[in-house]
Design a binder for this molecule. Structure first.
Ligand SMILES: O=C(CO)[C@@H](O)[C@H](O)[C@H](O)[C@H](O)COP(=O)(O)O
Ligand SMILES: [Zn+2]
Length: 198
């Protein structure tokens, strides 16, 4: 295969990451503050998404419950994309659109955070999860792309929207992962102060 095509992926990804850093540092910083305050108050973080974003939700929860780069106590985070029995039961008995919202209704409490990940902002199950979270007086951190979709329109002033301005799902996901790692690092810094993590 022509390696130029491969190099073009790296080029486009690197360029979007640099541009997005400028645009997203502020909302990412707000997301860190929102999550750190919630965790400090004894609240937890729920995370959801489909496909690659389901992987991102799991990845985030693993770094909070396990660790990111520093040794620390476990932090409460749950991926809503991982329990195949819940997902198949709710999907089969109700609808696929409710696989996350039912879990938000079961597990979410006022003051908890929902990390909602959707590159289009239009996945019905993620949109329904955001609606359920807002009904329960949870705050939402949304990782989206494109025009933010329906999800972007649901958010309030108290929520945080991290919107990657690009049309390509894969590129958006790649920036989402940098945002997720920046949030994990920011939570560690809020807990322990700055130090060289290398
Ligand atoms: O990872 C990829 C594409 O890179 C896919 O699995 C992708 O996540 C799926 O098509 C999702 O269903 C897309 O959903 P969303 O990001 O629009 O909410
Ligand atoms: Zn993918």
């Amino acid at each position: 295969m022509n390696t130029q095509r491969i190099l073009a992926h790296f080029q486009e990804s690197a360029e979007l990451k640099l541009k997005s850093g400028q645009l997203l540092a502020q909302p990412i910083s707000q997301a860190i503050e929102l999550m750190f305050n919630a965790l400090s108050n004894g609240n937890k973080i729920l995370a959801c998404g489909n496909g690659g974003s389901a992987g991102d939700a799991q990845h985030f929860a693993a770094e909070l419950v396990g660790r990111f780069e520093r040794e620390r106590f476990p932090l409460p985070a749950i991926s809503l994309s991982t329990d195949t029995s819940i997902i198949t039961a709710v999907g089969n008995d109700y609808s696929f659109n409710e696989i996350f919202s039912k879990q938000v209704q079961a597990l979410g409490q006022a003051g908890d955070i929902l990390l909602a990940i959707s590159t289009s902002g239009n996945s019905g199950n993620v949109v329904a999860a955001v609606e359920a979270a807002l009904e329960r007086e949870m705050r939402v951190v949304a990782l989206t792309g494109k025009d933010g979709g329906k999800l972007g329109k649901l958010l309030t002033e108290a929520d945080v929207h991290i919107n990657v301005q690009h049309s390509r799902t894969a590129r958006i996901q790649e920036v989402h992962l940098v945002a997720i790692h920046s949030i994990c690092d920011g939570i560690d810094v809020a807990l322990f102060g700055e130090e060289d993590a290398s």
